[in-house]
Every structure is written in C-alpha cells, then in structure tokens.
Design a protein around this ligand. Sequence first.
Ligand SMILES: [Zn+2]
Length: 375
Amino acid sequence: MTSQSTANIPTPDQIRRAPKVLLHDHLDGGLRPGTIVDIARETGYDRLPESDPDKLGLWFREAADSGSLERYLETFSHTVAVMQTRDALVRVARECAEDLAEDGVVYAEVRYAPEQHLEGGLSLEEVVEAVNEGFREGEQLARESGHRIRVGALLTAMRHAARALEIAELANRYRDLPGGGVVGFDIAGAEAGFPPTRHLDAFEYLKRENNHFTIHAGEAFGLPSIWQALQWCGADRLGHGVRIIDDIEVADDGSVRLGRLAAYVRDKRIPLELCPSSNLQTGAAASYAEHPIGLLRRLHFRATVNTDNRLMSGTSMSREFEHLVDAFGYTLDDMQWFSVNAMKSAFIPFDERLAMINDVVKPGYAELKSEWLFQ
Ligand SMILES: [Zn+2]
C-alpha cells in the first residue's frame, strides 16, 4: 500500500491536472511554432530561420539557451514580426488561452507591449481589442473542450522607450470590461541602464487611478532595481525579483539573516513572480536545485511559479512544476501553496480571487490528494 506522503509527490499527469495560476507570461514569448510559420507565410514575412515548425521550435530554444543576448533578442524580433495584424493577434491570444487551459492553468495574467504591434498600421486601441477578443475566444474554446480558464491582460511598456505614461493610460481605459479585460500594467526590457524611476510619471498616474502594476526588477540586475521598483515606483508585485536572495545570508549552521529590503519584501507579502527555467537560460541561476525558489519557499516569501516565455524556454506551467518537484521533492501541498499564493496576488478583485481559491484551486488539489485512497 502506498503511504500518503509518497502519494502526495505528484506524477506528471497529476501536475498537469492540478489547477495552476500563472502571473508572468509574455504573449510574444508563447506562440506555437506552427502558428509563426503560418502567419509568416500569410503576411509575406521571409526572415524566419526555419520553415519547419519542429525545427523552428528547436531553433527558438537553442537561441535562448546560447548565452548570447543578441540571439535571445532575435527570437522576439521574429515573434513580434508575425503579430502585426488584427487576425494574427486574435489567433495568437486565442491559442495562448487554449494552450494554458490544456496545461491545467485556471487563471492567467498574460502581458504584452501594445507599442510593439503597430508596424502593420494598427492603433494601440486596435491591438488591445484584438488581444482581448482572442483571449475571450480561447476561454470559450477551452470551455467547450472541458477546461476552465480566465485570462487577464497586462499592458507592458518598454523600459528603453518613452511611452510608459501613454500605455498606462491605455491600461486604465481598458480595465473593468465585462468578461475580463486589462487587469494591470508592467514595464519590461533591459534593466541595466534603464531604471524603473525613468517612468515615475506612469506609476504615479496609475496610483492616482487606484490601478495595479508589476515591474520587471531583480532579474539580472540586483537589489537597487528591486528597491527602486518598490520604494520609488510603488510596484504591487515584482516581475522575477529573484535577486532578493542577495539580501539574505545563510550561515553554515543553517540560520538565516534577512537584510532590511528582503525583510520588507517578506513582511509586506510582496509577490515574487519567479520564473525558474527562464532564469537558468539567462544565467540568473545555475540549476533548478540551486534556484533561490527553494530557500524563498522555505522562508515563506510570497513566491509564485511562472513560465515567462514558454516558446523560448520550451516550457509550460506543468514543466516548471515537474522541475521543482524533481529538485525539491515538492508535494501537491507545495503546489497548492504556490497556486494559492499566485491567486492571492492576482490583480482581479478580492472577492473573485477568494472565489477562485475556495471554489477552484483548493477543491482541485483536494480531489488530487484523495486519489491515493482509491488505488
Ligand atoms: Zn518577463
């Protein structure tokens, strides 16, 4: 007979069926390779390095793995190039929602930068409306195939550009739509040399509007970036935030000392949008077992598990959890802890978050945890 503790180590199938919550996923980092090939053909984009979907998928993973920032950024030039028409945006967003639902994700916040999708003549508003339409279609198709998912959009402004306030205003205009719309704002792009304080006007505007935002900070660049995002800009969450580990000392006897910034992040329950596979590719961690998520979970930071760029990392929420289960022996209880953390940290209203936790997430794990009784 299997003991409950062994049974609680989830199998890959249980990981896939477990209700998962995703807060950090880039729309232009999660396309299906076959879709890129299709849209490139339809729109006459002839710069793809491969025309076979399997080879193209492999090319993306290898380019992202190469350690070369140039090649990594080149991957996004191709995905963004095929996301310049209304039809393409609707399709990519629809497939994103379908793929996440198929993987057992019940709630997702997916981000993209509207300013990167204007080359085909679309306006910022047309971009947002196309993506929203795609998400609604994807949710509907998922329902028809027996999955339930809610997808909210986060609008991203690029750190090196100067449109943050305009994008923040756009995010504010498209919030509170019936059926789900834009739930928040983010800034992304190279951290070094582009501190978040460059965009203070956008953050101050959003605070005055009682709106929510996260900031990519503490991925490659360290503590000053996290400190600015929280204490100057007022971010609700940290995109990555993994370098908070630099403010935590673990002594030889295992005792732990938190610096003031790390203590603040933990005390205030600031959500960390951790993306293990992505961090391994960019060199922010050497292996899953050495990824700071292990320590941060032990110390009860508000840690969440995320995919970042599913295409470039060849990953999914289930894959991320498989790696963590292998590295740390996580159980269904750990998975539930991460999923409840993420749901608590979502940007939708409190009553809806609570209902998702109590009516979807917890019953889903209870069901999986009871399976060993019937083996
Ligand atoms: Zn990201």
